[in-house]
Design a protein around this ligand. Structure first.
Ligand code: ADP
Length: 511
């Protein structure tokens, strides 16, 4: 029974009631006993200091039949002394021997014991002390007369107080029985109220164990149980989200591994088949042999590029290890632009560079940022046909610097826009492969930019061209920026002197 919460609750309640009742019994019986004892002592003290009664007793003691006279007087004062001849009796004793002379009869076979109070009275003093630990209460008062010394001895068997205690005890036992039944019922009810949300929680937890996170516990109160239920529900939702994220991450990882294997297998297959042909055909014309070797070299380069891109990504994934320094973004843009301009012009494309005057230096990893610029500018040239145009512009606004690369190329279909930053995603696989693309360029660019606390946005019209805008915080990644807060407030005025962000229409692709 004590294994269940309900059993424990009922047991605790019952124990509480029993303990409470026991305490009440002890206090009440002691209270009744003390009350009667006090009352006895008070009565005796007041009677034996009552001048009228004392003088009447003294006068009686002077008579020859003193014992009977004294008996009569005590009878007369019986009310005041509380004498009832049942539980409280009186005796007239000899003042020198303590022997009974008159008053209540002594039962047959009963020994009249010499109590401490009688012994004190024999020495000539009033005595009403004691009684709390003994089975009786008594008082003894000596009276001196002409015919001898007498003791008025009053003895109470304490039956009245014992009877009252006994009936109180009975009443308490009855209420204890009632209290036990009532508290068992109440604690069962209480246990029910407490246990039903706990049962709900157990069921939900079991469902969670089986992978069902949708089951929620109803929250019907705002007490501790309500808070626990709310917390449980929140935890379930968070677990559900985390599990979804884990599943997604796992799917991404599987896709990635499949993609990597596929990407590497394609060049490997072609290297192998060309090499095999050369091996099996010793009399291959020199021209063809050279052509085959060219393909093998090309494919090896592709594999090297894929592996080095993957290495870059893996380094970025594990925190990036950026080498943050202050550098001129304007100079980097110009250098990368110069490098790709040659290739663009070779393709008969018109190129244009538009640099904002007075651009601030920025905090960042220069080599990585240049890699971002190179990836996006190369793409602009790569995906723009001959005769097209590529335009690069850059500037700063507030605490941000931006670089915009627009082309009048093939553009990207709307349905592919959300996926072009995914690893290995390519709109046109053949064209990408033809131009030596790995499908990793944009994802690397995005990762680097985000590690710097910036972002890349893309607008594209399929068939007309695309515009990539890279925005970077002038103060570098957030953790660097916080460390350099003081320094950055000085730079504030410089950068605010710069032009505003490019106007919205400028994001539209060039036509
Ligand atoms: P890739 O090595 O194939 O160029 P990227 O990650 O750099 O890989 O780009 C992913 C895909 O996005 C490309 O395959 C191409 O389809 C598309 N893309 C990127 N830049 C442009 C652009 N300027 N114009 C049209 N399509 C582009």
């Amino acid at each position: 029974m004590l294994k269940s919460l309900r059993g424990k609750l009922v047991f605790i309640m019952l124990m509480l009631i029993v303990m409470l009742m026991s305490v009440i019994v002890v206090f009440l019986t002691r209270g009744v006993r003390d009350f009667y004892l006090d009352e006895f002592h008070r009565r005796m003290t007041s009677a034996f200091t009552d001048a009228e009664m004392i003088s009447a007793l003294r006068a009686a003691a002077d008579e020859p039949d003193a014992a009977e006279q004294l008996e009569e007087i005590i009878f007369a004062y019986a009310g005041q002394l509380g004498i009832d001849s049942w539980t409280r009796k009186f005796y007239i004793l000899d003042g020198t021997t303590g022997e009974r002379l008159a008053g209540a009869e002594i039962g047959r076979g009963e020994v009249f014991e010499m109590t401490p109070n009688i012994l004190t009275a024999l020495t000539g003093e009033n005595a009403y002390t004691g009684g709390s630990g003994s089975a009786y209460m008594d008082a003894a008062a000596p009276i001196e007369g002409e015919y001898g010394r007498f003791i008025i001895y009053i003895r109470d068997s304490r039956e009245t107080s014992q009877n009252l205690s006994a009936s109180l005890f009975r009443m308490i036992l009855e209420s204890l029985a009632f209290g036990l039944v009532a508290s068992a019922a109440i604690s069962l009810l209480l246990a029910q109220t407490l246990l039903s949300p706990i049962r709900g929680m157990t069921k939900a937890a079991e469902a969670m164990g089986e992978g069902d996170f949708t089951r929620k516990i109803p929250v019907d109160s705002d007490d501790e149980i309500g808070t626990l239920s709310t917390t449980f529900n929140t935890m379930a939702s968070q677990l559900e989200t985390t599990l979804d994220e884990l599943k997604n991450a796992e799917k991404l990882r599987r896709d990635f591994v499949a993609n990597v294997s596929h990407e590497l297998r394609t060049p490997l297959t072609s290297i192998r088949s060309y090499a095999e042909t050369m091996h099996d055909t010793p009399d291959l014309p020199d021209e063809t042999r050279l052509e085959f070797l060219g393909v093998i070299l090309n494919e090896s380069d592709r594999m090297t590029k894929i592996v080095s891109d993957l290495l870059s990504l893996s380094r970025l994934d594990s925190g990036g290890g950026l080498k943050i320094e202050q550098f001129s973004l304007e100079r980097s843009v110009r250098e990368v632009y110069t490098a790709i301009a040659i290739a663009a012009e070779r393709r008969g494309q018109s190129v244009e560079l538009d640099l904002q005057f007075g651009m601030p230096d920025i905090m960042g990893d220069r080599a990585r940022i240049e890699q971002v610029l190179m990836n996006i500018m190369t793409n602009a040239v790569k995906y723009t046909p001959e005769g097209g145009a590529v335009r690069v512009s850059c500037g700063a606004s507030g605490r941000f610097a931006w670089v915009k690369i627009s082309d009048t190329g093939v553009g990207i279909p709307p349905e592919d826009l959300p996926r072009v930053f995914d690893r290995f995603y390519r709109v046109d696989k053949a064209r990408s492969r033809e131009s030596g693309g790995t499908g990793l360029g944009l994802s690397i660019a995005k990762e680097i930019t985000e590690l710097h606390g910036g972002e890349i946005t893309l607008k594209s019209v399929y068939g007309s061209g695309s515009t990539f805008t890279i925005t970077l915080p002038v103060d570098g990644p957030p953790e660097i920026a916080t460390a350099n807060e003081a320094a950055s407030s000085d730079n504030q005025q410089d950068s605010e002197a710069g032009d505003a962000m490019p106007a919205e229409e400028e994001h539209e692709p060039l036509n």
